[in-house]
Design a protein. Sequence first.
Length: 441
Amino acid sequence: MFIHLTAGFLLVSLSILGSVVKGSGLHENPIDNSPFHRGHAPRGSLEVDARGTQSQVAMMWFAGWHQDSTPAFPISKVKWSSYTHVTYSFAFPTNSCQLSMDGSEGVKLDEFVGQAHQHGVKALIAIGGWTGSRFFSSCVGSAANRTAFVKTTTAFVKLHKLDGVNIDWEYPNSDAIGCNVKSPQDSANYLAYLKELRSSLPKPYLITIAAGITPLPDASGNPLKDVSGFAQVLDFVALMVYDIWGSWSSSVGPNAPLNDTCAAPQNQQGSAVAAAKAWSKAGMPVNQLVLGVPAYGHSFLVQRENAFVSGSTTKLASYNRFDASAYPKGDAWDSDAGVDVCGNNEPNGGTYNFWGLVNNGFLDQTGKSAHGIAYRFDDCSQTAYVYNSTSQIMVSFDDAQSFCSKGKFISSTKLAGFAMWEAGGDYNNILLGSILSCMKL
């Protein structure tokens, strides 16, 4: 069934958001409160499971390198029963268009796939990511290169007994991290590669992509007006609706807004509502859209006089000014300042995983704001903020109420499901449980 989002969809979405604000009650507090994404069966209609009910996509990305981090998130910690699809990150194209897993604990991929299959879960490989997309353009840029890369991709999938791929090209026709090979023909070549890959990996193999909040770019860099060709070969598109605001922004703002039509025009930088509408209008059926949700947030150094509304020492203000010259260190998984893959100096990432907010005293073990921490929930974006007046660190993130709101949005608008970056970012599966409950899965 081919479904377009219309103005009616937007009205339905806004009414749902209104009921979410009034009825969730997940976070009651007297105080008014990637890192960059390194993030099935045919979706012509929603997959029907063995019980005869509609089954939606409950997917996560698994960051292989965090198996040996401190704290570690090994394969044994995955709550398999809560997922339909799991995606191991990352393999990435080399300059010779082979696939490498350097730095991603690739030796454990087969264990990951085996555990997924043992639990009846589909296992995919994520190819690319923020630091691993430099050579996509050249690998799909000619017929000969595409055919060779298709063979490489197919061989990798079959060697590791995978159920499919999640291509995470960040981003076609873009410098992105700063040193990507790029071409105005990237999106056209991307589609040609995916078509050839579909011939090499016919259904029931899964071919999915992770993409930004607007459709892929045309030769001029503008969003494509027609992505129906992609819809014909893909099982679903995971929309990375996060990193919308961060240290690069002019003020503190929501990392992953559900909606922004209720915000001032200058603060409408993108949202789940807008992304779903844009992709659907361009020809991607709603039931082939998966909403990306983040188990992390971005931090900002905000002086106390800019943190609170005028005359208050407890009620947080919105769209705060912050010190753009300061790059606070996030949690133990945060990327350190150093030289990136392009040879450029980069500051601290400043990200806090959900567990990092607990471990660093912003949240208690139930996922609610800790004693002495100011909290604000933004009804428009359905996202949360916490502020430590001592360290003067503010974090924009998704909490359980945010995930519940997104679960209700997915259910009400008939999106295919959700994909969480990343499984290891949650704390005691608080976020995962919330979105599943509110999707009624």
